[in-house]
Structures are given as C-alpha cells and as structure tokens.
Design a protein around this ligand. Structure first.
Ligand code: GLU
Length: 528
C-alpha cells in the first residue's frame, strides 16, 4: 500500500498519516451518462479500491437551469449496472452528506462572503445589459471577447470600484449581485497533475469567475472546492475540459483552506470521435450509429430515446474493460482485464496524456470476448430477454444453457442470440430451398426417408449417435456426406448457418428433428 502511494505522488505522506483515500465522481444530472463520464467514474473507483479508499458520488446540481428530472437516479442505475457502486452517495448516505450540492446551498454563502471579507473576491452588480455593453465597448480585433478580468473589473459596477456606503446600500435594497473572484495579475499558478506533471498558468489570462450566482447558488468553481474540502477528498480526477479552470480552483483553495490541503489532481484525457478531431459527442454516436450513453436515456422534454450500451447488447464487464483501456494500459500489450485484475493493476500515473479515439468495432470485439467467456448460466436471463423482445418466449434452464453454449462464439452483441438461436425454439418460417432444389433427386429423397426411420427408432438421442447413423446410411447408399449435410442443415435451421448440425438435432430432440425433415422433404420433393 505504501509503495503504491509513493508511485502515485506526494500524497503518500498524507495518506499514510490519515490512511484514507477519498475520491469522488461528481456528475451534473443533465441527461444521459456519456461513456467518458463512466470512464471517469471507473478510474475513480479503481483508484479508490486499490488504495483501500472510498468512492463517493456527489451530484453537482447547482445549475438549476440545466437540471433534468430523473437524471440522478439514472446515473446511479448506470453505476450499478457497471458494478462500480459508490460507498457514499445521495442513495447510500455517508458521514459527509448531503451528497447533492443543491442541499448544501446554505453553506456556500459564508465561504463566498469570507473571500469578500478578506479581499479575495468582490460583489458585482452589473446587469446582463451592462455586461453586454462592456463586451461590445472593449471588443477589438486582438480581443474579440473581452473578459471581466483584472483590467476591466476596474471599469465595472462592483465593490472594488464603489465606495462602501454605496455597496451597503445596494445590498440593503436587495439589488441582485454575484460574487466574483479577484484574480491577481501577472502571477504564475502551478500545480502537479498526476498524469501531466507540472502545469502552469499565467493568471493574467484568467477572468474573474463568478463564484456565487444571483440566485444564491454557488457556481461549480466555488462548490467544487468547498465540497472537496468538506468531504475530505484526497484525490480529484476529472475530465481534461476542466484543466483551464484549475488555476481558479487553486486560488480558491489557497484563499479558503490553504494550498497544501488541496487534493491531488488528475485531468483525464478526452475520448475522441473515431473520425476527425474533437471530443466524442452524442451527435457522433447518432451519426455513426453507435451508443454513447451507458444505458438507454429518454429525454422527457422531447420524448427522444437514446439507446445505451446496455440495451444495445453489451455486457457490463466488457463495457468496463473497454473503457478502462481507452486511455490506460499497464505497459504491456494486454487488453483483456477482468475487474479483479484492473483493481490490482490500474495506476493513475499510467493514464495517457493524449486523447483516445473511440472505436466501436473494438468495443464490439471486447463484448464478443466477454460473451465467449461468460457462462451460459449467467448469460441466460439476458438471452431470454433478447429473445422475448423478438416475440420468442423461452424458459431458463438446461436446454437454453446448452443452446447458449453452442452459439455464443458466434454472438458479438446479446441480440445476436436471436439470429443464432431462434431456430432451436421455433421452426424456420422459410427454408432456403433454392440452395437445395436444383440438385434434389430421388436418391436424396430416399436417403432422408431412411434417416427418418432410423432416427425414429434411435435409442440414444445424442449428436454422436445421430452423426454415426447418418454416416452409416450414407455409406450403405454410396452417397457423399457433402451432398446431404447441407440439405439436412437447411431442413433444421432454414439456411446455411448455425453450429454443428448434429448438435442442433440433439437439442431439437427426436420429435422436432423428424418433423422438420418431413416438412422439408415435402417442400424439396416438389421439385422432382
Ligand atoms: N460537475 C462536473 C462535471 O459534470 C464535475 C467536474 C469535477 O469532477 O470536478 O463534469
């Protein structure tokens, strides 16, 4: 344990003293859970578990304009499906709650006011129109979108430019205001990212971010720092898109709690679209025909249903493995990692700096590998459901398991079981007679009539006996197997597909096998 802490950075000293790794996944409940979000949750989970720590789910719902009903439960369901359930969350509770930021609202104001009191932040009374006016007035060719920063704040209506009485009066009158951080000019702000190493920012390029909004809610910037502190978060892992916000967070940490209390940070690389550049979006999934969300997501406003990996037919183990190696490997060529192995081998410092291109074919390859190695007993409820969706009702039990074992090699996604297994439960509607009829003759007809008699009398009904008898009749009639195996297959399954034909017959059983041969003979016989 101690060694690993050394590998993961300076945190080992703190961790060894406190013995608590606490990490958090902090999504905003705004819609479907993007696979990038699941990967962030997964890396948090793996890190926590391989350090004997806690994995926390914190719902960041302070932006009420983006709040979507049902999204929080959905996120929890997705994590559950992936097998990465949090130790602490709105649902699981814990000692550091509430786990929804909206329920922590009252606490943030005092921190924002403390910052103002100490001169690190200020009240700003500018109306939206005044902000627009500022942007228009100071727009130049070199600076097309002027920021509320260390220069322009001097020209705006805030507690830095007004005298104290004026400020008190406006506050007393209930004038709407926000609290903005006062970013220092010309300072280099530096931190060490677990993946990227030292990262520096020039404070003069930053704007004075809003910390507390007009509705009394904190922005992400204030809330993330206060909550990471109060929830004793030891490491914060989040998407690369948050890297530009890091210097503002460092300042807030410094001003409120002391820079040395800051968690260790890692900014995870983006998951990129398969073609072209940029972050993989839901639109790319729609455009290229693959899922982006972990599970089905229904937008209640528009009624639009977006298919998830689960419903598309992915096994959670495959989905998790695929995500784990989308931006990380253990230094070897290995790609298949069971969760137990990931728990042992995952290391944040081995996460790649560059973005990883998503490849749906590769994702399917993972699923195929997992279908092959998952037991039929475990697959059967999923297969049963997939068949049910296609109108085929089957019972769980030894027969279904035998079928699954026979065809799972051929299935990449769970719904593929319908194509590869439905004929076990339902005689084919159509037979590919075109592949048989041109070469059909009396000899073949007689062969199958004899086969029917033989099979009807057969004592042991298993693939070995059935094959043996089939071949004996062939030999006795001086016929070649190649000419009769294909018709036999088409009789049983309808086409040129499926596993070993005698294995199929064994599972179909005597009555059904004979029935299908008789039915086919009737159809093929028409051609003589
Ligand atoms: N609410 C942020 C998001 O949804 C969380 C970022 C973080 O983990 O700090 O991306």
């Amino acid at each position: 344990m101690i060694n690993r802490h050394k590998v993961e950075g300076h945190y080992h000293i703190f961790a060894a003293m406190n013995n608590t790794v606490r990490v958090r996944f902090a999504p905003s409940p705004t819609g479907g859970l993007h696979l990038g979000g699941v990967r962030t949750a997964l890396y948090n989970y793996l890190f926590a578990k391989n350090h004997g720590g806690k994995f926390i789910l914190r719902i960041e719902d302070t932006d009420q304009t983006r709040f979507v009903a049902g999204a929080e439960d959905y996120i929890q369901e997705c994590l559950k499906w992936c097998g990465i359930e949090p130790d602490e969350s709105p649902k699981h509770g814990g000692d550091y709650g509430p786990y929804r930021q909206s329920e922590r609202k009252a606490g943030y104001l005092q921190y924002a006011e403390l910052l103002v009191k100490n001169g690190w932040a200020y009240y700003a009374f500018d109306t939206p129109e005044e902000l627009d006016e500022m942007r228009n007035r100071f727009r130049t060719e070199e600076n097309p979108s002027p920021q509320y920063n260390y220069i322009l704040r001097e020209k705006m209506r805030n507690s830095l430019t007004m005298n104290q009485e004026e400020v008190m009066k406006l506050l007393g009158e209930g004038t709407p205001y926000v609290i903005r951080i006062k970013v220092p000019e010309n300072e280099t702000i530096t931190f060490t990212d677990m993946i990227r190493g030292e990262v520096s920012f020039d404070s003069s390029t930053l704007d004075d971010k809003v910390l507390l909004k007009g509705d009394g809610m904190p922005t992400y910037h204030l809330a993330v720092v206060v909550d990471d502190y109060l929830m004793k978060i030891s490491h914060a892992f989040r998407g690369e898109e948050w890297l530009p916000s890091a210097p503002v967070h460092i300042l807030i940490w410094r001003y409120l709690f002391g820079g040395d209390k800051m968690p260790e940070w890692a900014h995870l690389p983006l998951i990129l679209k398969p073609d072209g550049n940029g972050k993989l979006s839901k639109r790319d999934g729609d455009r290229l025909g693959f899922p982006i969300f972990a599970m089905d997501w229904k937008d209640l406003k528009t009624g639009e249903l977006t298919t998830g990996f689960k419903e598309r037919g992915f096994l959670p183990e495959a989905f998790v493995n695929m995500l784990a190696v989308l931006g990380w490997n253990d230094g070897s060529e290995q790609e298949l990692f069971a969760i137990t192995e990931l728990l042992e081998k995952f290391s944040m410092t081995k996460v790649h700096k560059g973005g990883a291109k998503f490849n749906f074919e590769k994702a399917k390859w993972f699923n195929h590998e997992y279908i092959k190695k998952t037991t039929a007993a475990k697959l059967q409820p999923l297969v049963k459901e997939a068949l049910f969706h296609k109108g085929l009702v089957v019972q769980e039990g030894p027969e279904l398991q035998k079928v699954i074992d026979l065809v799972k090699e051929r299935c990449t996604l769970i719904p593929d079981f319908y194509e590869h297994a439905s004929f076990f439960f339902r005689a084919p509607d159509v037979l590919d007679a075109d592949s048989v009829k041109p070469k059909w003759n009396d000899a073949k007809n007689l062969f199958f009539s004899e086969l029917i008699r033989n099979y009807e009398l057969a004592q042991g009904w298993n693939s070995t006996t059935l094959e043996h008898n089939f071949k004996e009749i062939l030999a006795a009639n001086q016929l070649k197997p190649g000419e009769l195996l294909l018709p036999f297959r088409i009789m049983l399954v309808g086409g040129k597909f499926g596993p070993g034909v005698f294995d199929i017959a064994e599972i179909l059983g005597k009555e059904e096998t004979v029935k299908r041969i008789k039915h086919a003979l009737y159809i093929f016989g028409e051609s003589i």
